[in-house]
Design a protein around this ligand. Structure first.
Ligand code: URA
Length: 239
């Protein structure tokens, strides 16, 4: 790959800016100063140093965020803050996007990547990737609800959901539950509870496929996935 493309992809500016910067002589490849923007580098093998600092090239970035409430899972919004606004510049330069959406008030696990293929694979309805939500419900969640969800419920627009696995953690005037679903219809968890006459008052995603939310992340914090986590996601097949 051309050195100007590599540097530009790594956030050193536009191709034009990078060209100027190369002219200045601060870029060293395998010990030699490189000024030619067309100079070919192998990002896997060559050592690229810019102003004394090694540049590690990567094409993709994979981030796990504990999404805070009040922030949109979109890339751009003229009105409000988005999850992308919460990223450091060194991550924003990869132009990542959220894998699917959580509602504005929903918290929890959100993957953010620029790997379109992985995102597609995780969101494709054919793959049935399970997503588990912890929720506080206004009202008493019962074994009837567990049965109804296991069979699939009818949403307000007539859509019949796939079976969902509802686990009651505590039941009372307010109940706490975990719900695992394999689809991602608009407001699905809220609408599934509405179909049995109950209201979601708090919602947090706690896992997606093989990946649990890293509970050490505070709301709004994020971290890169480990290589193992990325591999697990790529290899994930629903049993
Ligand atoms: N279901 C919802 O209702 N909201 C979300 O954010 C995710 C799933």
């Amino acid at each position: 790959m051309r050195i100007d493309k590599l540097l530009s992809n790594m956030g050193f500016g536009s191709r034009k800016e990078v060209k100027k910067h190369l002219k200045g002589g601060g870029t060293v490849v395998n010990g030699e100063t490189v000024k030619d923007p067309k100079f070919q580098v192998d990002p896997e093998k060559d050592t690229v140093i810019v102003h004394g600092e090694e540049v590690t090239y990567k094409e993709f970035v994979y981030l796990m965020m504990n999404k805070p409430p009040g922030v949109l899972s979109a890339t751009e919004d003229t009105e409000g803050e988005t999850v992308i606004d919460l990223l450091e510049m060194e991550d924003q330069i990869f132009n990542p996007f959220p894998v699917g959406r959580l509602d504005k008030e929903t918290e929890g696990l959100l993957l953010i990547t620029n790997d379109g293929q992985l995102s597609h694979q995780l969101l494709s309805p054919k793959k049935h990737v399970p997503k588990t939500y912890f929720s506080i419900i206004d009202g008493e969640v019962t074994e009837e609800d567990v049965k109804a969800f296991a069979e699939g419920v009818t949403l307000d627009d007539g859509y019949e959901t796939k079976p969902g696995e509802l686990e009651i953690i505590s039941s009372g005037m307010r109940s706490e539950i975990n719900l695992t679903i394999t689809e991602g219809k608009f407001h699905q968890v809220k609408r599934m509870f509405e179909s049995v006459g109950k209201r979601v008052i708090y919602l947090k995603r706690i896992s997606m496929g093989p990946l649990p939310l890293d509970e050490t992340l505070e709301l709004g914090e994020y971290r890169e996935l480990t290589d193992e986590e990325v591999e697990e996601l790529k290899d994930y097949k629903q049993e």
